[in-house]
Design a protein around this ligand. Sequence first.
Ligand SMILES: [Zn+2]
Length: 415
Amino acid sequence: MSERTLIRNAQVLTGTGGPAERPAAGDVLLEGNRIAKVGLGGLDVDEASTRVVDVHGATVLPGLGDAHVHISWPLDFVFDHSGVAASDPGQHALDVAAVTRTFLESGYTLIIGAGVLQPLDDVRARAAIDCGWLPGPRIVPSGTMVAETGGLGDGGPMDVVSNARELRDVVARQCDSGVRVLKLFISGDGIIPQFPSDDVYMNDEMLAAAVDEADRHGAFISVHARGSASVAMAARTGVRLIHHACFLDDDAVRALEARRDDVWVCPGLHYLWAVVNGKAEPWGMTPGKIEASGYRVELKSQIEGMRRLGEAGIRMVAGGDFGHQWTHHGTYAAELQRYVDQVGMTPAEAIHTATRNLGPLAGLDTGQVREGYLADLLIVDGDPTEDITLLQRADRRRAVIKDGRFAYINPELYP
Ligand SMILES: [Zn+2]
């Protein structure tokens, strides 16, 4: 029989409820790498054959996830994509390892890559994590980002394509190397004013080819899409994960509604909020640059757009482009705080974007404390449905369980 662990005296936030979901007293039984039983009110087990871990009223919730991750950005990253891409591969691998460990210790057990700076960063990190050499979350690995000739990203450390044939070849090549989510740039980004967010790159034929080729390899396509026209194009061509979606006109919302069951939107709200609120000023993001980026308007539009997506029943997944110095690695759950204080989600709804909405996107039984699901759990002191910001506090994190094993134990709390 596989190893059994009983998490006793917990407040269980199952992640299966509605917007008003709260934790309830109970026990959780793990068997091997799965959740065997969730007993609200408590479970009777044979203690001779079961390891019992008393968590003294701490909250047990699903491990968190982030759908927009660059583990290639080192802990001290400042803008220099090309510099990191050209840096010594040995040093870089250690930098990546420090980031995967930071994710895990921050309560994150699942991440979806949003593009790397050295081609195999995600693929290699996943291999090292999965065989136990390296602490880190489950990874859906991305590869080098893909730009269109002349579009945003051309000239940087990207794969650059001009037509559907070339794009299909890049998708096939990346998938053969182990990549499972491609990241395509199909819109501009106001932060680089010569490539405004409303710009559209690539076309329906190219995206449909990319979706088809990824599908053949058991992979999927994600896009950087800030303007309405790019979002609508991604939705109608079968793109699975749409990052940003800062502007949403009726066309874009209708196209998303038509794909409600197999499309996910990942906003990246905290990044925008932080730039607009001057948090990036020490790194050169002056008030003049913020003005030129149009980010003020974009932030307002994204908040309205998220409310609209919520009403339309489009699944949103938390993901935040973390790793800039003003959105430092380790502060990932700030994204959830913004969903609460800017958009008006309840804390439970915000947590759902990082848990149960994310599992199906990754094709995994994760994100719920539920019988049969993978045992990926976060144990924190306090109730995050009362105060979402406590998910950002290292001193409240007791432990992280991944694949049925204690993958992180807070040394300050358990000497
Ligand atoms: Zn990104």
